[in-house]
Design a protein around this ligand. Structure first.
Ligand SMILES: Cc1cc2nc3c(=O)[nH]c(=O)nc-3n(C[C@H](O)[C@H](O)[C@H](O)COP(=O)(O)O)c2cc1C
Length: 165
């Protein structure tokens, strides 16, 4: 196994939660599935998070132009939404947003219905690191649903967390 292959295999063993990054504004409405959404700080000027998105993803360039986005943490029954926003599954008609329930949040960003949590952010900074933009957002509002169990992805399949006694 070369270094890249062992890196990918090693990282596949890290079960991560799955989010859809949505954005709306002058660049249009876009969304992309990511496993890279991470909390940065609860105690800065405001809470902040980061997400790494491929530079060729239309959602990345739209976030940079719209200067706002929403990180929607999917619940464990939302595999179909993850597949839709990763391009694994095509919408039957229209756009990805026609195939899901969503509404605009207080900052105008798309909140996906029933997501475990939706973090509406303004863009604070972005760094292009080789293939991916590292995007840092400051959280303006958090929407919590009645579905706290997050969808996980690890060892190349969807999973859910089980409680260890
Ligand atoms: C579970 C899962 C996690 C993903 N995580 C990321 C990620 O963190 N960053 C990223 O750029 N793409 C990630 N992708 C790939 C994108 O969702 C997508 O397939 C790719 O960007 C092409 O989508 P587009 O047609 O919207 O450009 C992930 C896909 C899946 C299924």
């Amino acid at each position: 196994m070369d270094l890249r292959q062992s890196f990918v295999e090693g990282m596949s063993r890290a079960a991560t939660f799955v989010s859809v990054i949505t954005t709306d504004g002058e660049a249009g409405r876009f969304g992309v599935t990511v496993s890279s959404m991470t909390s940065v700080s609860a105690d800065g000027e405001g809470p902040s998070l980061l997400v790494c998105v491929h530079h060729l993803s239309p959602a990345a360039t739209a976030v940079l132009k719209n200067r706002a986005f929403c990180a929607n943490l999917l619940n464990h029954n939302q595999q179909g939404i993850s597949d839709l926003f990763s391009g694994r599954q095509k919408p039957e008609a229209g756009s990805r947003f026609d195939a899901v329930d969503w509404r605009a949040g207080q900052g105008g960003q798309p909140l996906l219905a029933d997501a475990s949590a939706s973090f509406e952010c303004v863009l604070k900074t972005a760094l292009l690191w080789e293939t991916h933009y590292i995007i840092v957002g400051q959280v303006q509002a958090v929407q919590l649903s009645d579905h706290p169990e997050a969808l996980l992805y690890g060892q190349r399949s969807y999973r859910r967390a089980v409680h260890l006694p």
